[in-house]
Design a protein around this ligand. Sequence first.
Ligand SMILES: [Zn+2]
Ligand SMILES: [Zn+2]
Length: 187
Amino acid sequence: MFDSWESTVAVVVVILIAYAVVLSIGAIYWTYRDVRGRTRDGWAQAVSVLLVAIFNMPGLLLYLILRPHETLNEAYERRLEAEVLMREMPEERPACPGCQRPISEEFIVCPQCRTKLRQPCASCGRPLDLNWTACPYCATPSARAETSPPASSAAQDGPPPPAEEPTAATSTSSISAKSPTPSAAKE
Ligand SMILES: [Zn+2]
Ligand SMILES: [Zn+2]
C-alpha cells in the first residue's frame, strides 16, 4: 500500500521532469530559430539561447520582451520600400536651388530659405519663370524683358537684375538664360 503510493509519486515526478525537459528543449530550439531570424549578431544569438537554456520559461519571457521587434525579412522589406520611395521622390517634386527642399511649381519664393523662385506676372499675377521674357498666359512682357533691350536680351551677361533679388536666384536665372536646358546644367 505505502510502497505503491511511493512508486506512483515517483512515476508522476519522472513524467513531470520529462515534460519539463522536452518543454525546455523546445523553448531553446524555438529561441534559436527565432533569434536567427531577427539578428545576425552572434553574441546576441548566443546570449538569447543561453538565457532560455539557464532560466527556462522566465528566460523565454525575458527574451520575448528584449528581442528585436523586426525580423530580418521585415527589416529588408522596409529598406526596399524606403529605397523605392527615395528613387521616386526627386523626379516628382522639384527642389529649391537654395536649400534643396521640395517646392511646388507655383511657389514665388522658397518658404524655407526665401530664395526667389518665380515672379508674379504684372498683369495677371500668375507665377512666371525668372528667365521668361513674357507671360505665356496673357502675353504681357515680364519685368525682366522691360529692363533690358530685347535685341541683346538673348546674349546678356552683365546687366544686374533688381537689387532686392537674393544672390542665389540671380545666379540660377543667369545660368538658365545662357543654356537652353536648365536641367542639363544641373547635372
Ligand atoms: Zn529654399
Ligand atoms: Zn500674365
